[in-house]
Design a protein around this ligand. Sequence first.
Ligand SMILES: Cc1ncc(COP(=O)(O)O)c(C=O)c1O
Length: 387
Amino acid sequence: MAFEYLSQEVAQQQLRNRYRARQCVAEQSGRYVSVNEQRYLNFSSNDYLGLNHHSAIGQALLEGAQRFGTCASGSSLITGYSYAHQALENDICAWLNQPRCLLFASGFTANIAIMHALGHKTSRLYLDKLSHASMIDGAMSSDASVKRFLHNDIAQLKHLISQAQQSKPANSNELNHVIASEGVFSMDGDQAAIADLAQVAKQCHGLLYLDDAHSIGVVGEYGQGSSSLAELDVVMATFGKSLATSGAFVACSQTLAEYLINFSRHYIYSTAISPALAWATRASIKIAQTEHWRREKINELSNILASKLTDKVKLLDTTSSIHAIVIGDESTALQVAEKLRAKGIWLTAIRPPTVPKNSSRLRVTVTASHEVKDINYLANCINEVIA
Ligand SMILES: Cc1ncc(COP(=O)(O)O)c(C=O)c1O
């Protein structure tokens, strides 16, 4: 039968406890999620700063829709680029101290676009092993040679760069070295060794590219993410996590921005993001910059969580909103998540291929909208089910 592989491969997923299904959410905030008429404490949200449903962002969305429309009605190079987009780009440039900024429909697309732009045939891309799927896909489909270094292993990264330099034919052009990593890693919650990566990039006259999806808003005194820790050459972040809207940005040099505008198929042949959302994102950024208490609360609650879990719970060490509790095999992780759900806690079990084999986990996200009593309850329940 034609296309038999479709049903066969889904059946395989079920057999391996890797089957994925969506849950239709009736309502959600950083603190609660309602599914099937049941309300749960939500520890799987990426609304780290608790900005979803913030009235100022909602107001800005309405104002943006009235002034600029709900839709860009065109790609950025035709008629889709409006004052709302330009103002947001300028805000981001000032926030992150970067010369230029471009907006993309999603972080996934932005990562692919950047990897293609930097992944020239004369380039060598070095990706941290735990980099996001979109960085890997973008790198692998680019013209560059790609190497992945062990997670945060600076020595191995240096070794790979020196190997590439040594194997370059004497008469060929200078290599373009691109080091790519996530700022805060999405499934482990730990940070890249950003200062070291920046130094290595400088030493080899290369570029450092960071995906700040999980750092923006959360890291840095003004929520500037990894840009608060080192000078970055190129930084990308999605608006769909701590900034509570949708779309993504790439902040970079004048030269790279001009290259993307002229050659990036992902930028050129795609409708510009909604101008109403761009306007709303300006409001989110303002709140992220000024409401320091949101970051302080994430830290305070995260420390409480770490202090309340027993030694039986394998909690990875982090300084972000993301706290990974490694369980092991898929089926046990699913059972633990199910037991927590019965206690009113929503925590999705993260399984391979999203994480390496035998490291299925609970990915707990602590947000500024949680309360101390939520964290205490979560810790007690986890201790009970992982006894
Ligand atoms: C590290 C990382 N990069 C990129 C993305 C993709 O961003 P977006 O959701 O805007 O496509 C995600 C997840 O959504 C992510 O976790």
